[in-house]
Design a protein around this ligand. Structure first.
Ligand SMILES: Nc1ncnc2c1ncn2[C@@H]1O[C@H](COP(=O)(O)OP(=O)(O)O)[C@@H](O)[C@H]1O
Ligand SMILES: [Mg+2]
Length: 211
């Protein structure tokens, strides 16, 4: 089983939105996906409870205690576990990086998000320094337009921390917020551009051999 985690200690960075939509895309591709809600706030659980009964969406499993996550994840029968993580939770973040094969760090084009990502980058480097394997990249989110400022901020993060950035960015779109509220993914909306973004992200991860 491959473990993909969305990590950034900042609240509102887009972790849950990315985790949900990527998990749904993989599920639609026929992979056996479990979406793990590691956040005591329970966004992914609330999302799934809001889903229409007939919706074809991946199951959500709550594992929001750091030690239980380590022992229970091994028991899941899935091809891919996508972990939605909490903000400001050092022990959980450390355990998530310990078990993750791939970590994506959602990053909005603002200085605050770039600074907040330092903790996640440090955990990834720490695992690698100890000989552990983990693929990692930034994922630009809520990008309003291809402005010079957002390019500067995002490439600043890339330069400073030496982590890759996925080529595809997630735009700021009402459909992401609407889908979350309705308990579905952007695939259940009419927003073709949002679907195309998530498709491209999954494609990048698969092409890189990460998933
Ligand atoms: N690409 C996006 N476009 C529009 N709204 C977004 C986007 N990504 C996230 N949001 C909204 O921003 C808020 C925070 O996102 P969320 O995924 O819950 O962040 P986190 O899990 O990191 O706290 C939510 O209300 C969500 O609907
Ligand atoms: Mg969240």
């Amino acid at each position: 089983m491959k473990i993909l985690a969305l990590l950034n200690e900042k609240g509102g960075a887009g972790k849950s939105t990315c985790a949900i939509n990527i998990a749904c895309a993989l599920h639609r591709d026929g992979r056996r996906v479990v979406l793990i809600d590691a956040d005591p706030q329970g966004t992914a659980r609330d999302w799934r409870e809001a889903s229409p009964p007939e919706a074809n969406l991946p199951p959500v499993v709550a594992l929001d205690r750091p030690d239980m996550l380590l022992s229970a994840i091994k028991t899941l029968a899935a091809d891919i576990a996508v972990i939605d993580t909490p903000a400001k939770a050092e022990k959980m973040a450390a355990n998530v990086v310990r078990i993750a094969d791939v970590v994506l760090i959602p990053l909005q084009p603002s200085g605050a998000d770039v600074w907040a990502s330092a903790a996640a980058v440090k955990l990834i480097q720490g695992k690698r320094d100890l000989g552990g394997n983990v693929e990692a990249a930034f994922l630009a989110t809520r990008v309003s337009s291809n402005t010079k400022l957002s390019k500067e901020i995002l490439s600043g993060a890339w330069n400073e921390y030496g982590l890759d950035m996925l080529d595809t960015a997630i735009s700021n779109r009402v459909s992401y917020a609407q889908a979350l509220t309705d308990g579905v993914s952007v695939y259940e909306t009419r927003d073709g551009q949002a679907k195309a973004e998530i498709d491209l992200i999954v494609n990048e991860l698969e092409t890189a051999g990460w998933l």
